[in-house]
Design a protein around this ligand. Sequence first.
Ligand SMILES: [Zn+2]
Ligand SMILES: [Zn+2]
Ligand SMILES: [Zn+2]
Ligand SMILES: [Zn+2]
Ligand SMILES: [Zn+2]
Length: 326
Amino acid sequence: MKYPLTRAGLVALAMLICFWSSVSGKEPVCHGCGKQIVQREYMSVDGLNFHAACFRCAQCGQPITGEVRKQDTLYYHRECYEKHLSLWCAICGGEIVGDYVRDYWGNVYHTAHVDQSPRCEYCGRFITDKTSQGGYRYDDGRMICGICRESAIVDWETAQRLMDDIADTLAIFDVDVDAADISLALVGKKTMNERAESISNVLSGLTVHDVQTLGDAVVTDEYTIYALTGMPRQCFLKVMAHELMHVWLGSHAAADAIITEGSCNYAAYLVLGRYDDPLVRYQLDQMVADSDAVYGSGFRAVKTFVDEHGVPYWLNYLKTNTSLPE
Ligand SMILES: [Zn+2]
Ligand SMILES: [Zn+2]
Ligand SMILES: [Zn+2]
Ligand SMILES: [Zn+2]
Ligand SMILES: [Zn+2]
């Protein structure tokens, strides 16, 4: 979200009914029709002169009498302006004049609310009864809105089924991962950070590859995927596609962070691209615009690479290379 935006030039103007005096000798020119004003009675607005019949509403085209509103260089009846052009705050319902915020979903807000209202971690909406059907704070501090919470994945069976579905979708692109060999755990942030052995506020998923050897023999070779519990379905899909790609990569080259995380995000991009859903589009837009030096830059670099060479070439490249070409 970029803000503040400004609702510029919205002013209530007073119209002057003027009487030019022939004594001054110069007849004013109408800003509307360009002709001289020979009537003694005319309008003067913002220093511009009009025949009364030429001062018209940019919305309905009728002459303006009474209160007038201005937006940019155009004038409106107050009623026409409020009905067709005014912005109304999605939180307090008041009219917006001056700085405001527009969220991804098209809602506009007074900037004053930005610091007062929490935002949903998953869709970016301000959490209020009006804008997001309320919201909820998880034990680990994450805020989720009422809309996202409707599809939140909180039980292991559903998560497992979705993981299988995503593995099937990845297989369409020849990313073959056997989900049956992977343990899946739904966890809160605390456990996630413990498993990751780092403190991160953005970590939603984690793949741990546990390999133990005894002499030359491999006695353990297991993957565990950790995903945050309570993510909306669409975010879970993204996280799971990303993590399954880590598993696929795990059996290939040990690569740098840019190509690794970029490729995992690209796999998520391929999977999400098969769904037509507003929150999926939000996820994709976030991924494309992500300013993160690894996840965002990596994704864009891999996307450029795949756009040029195609998916089969990319997957083959990953098997024998540890970084993208310079
Ligand atoms: Zn005129
Ligand atoms: Zn009008
Ligand atoms: Zn407001
Ligand atoms: Zn939400
Ligand atoms: Zn990753």
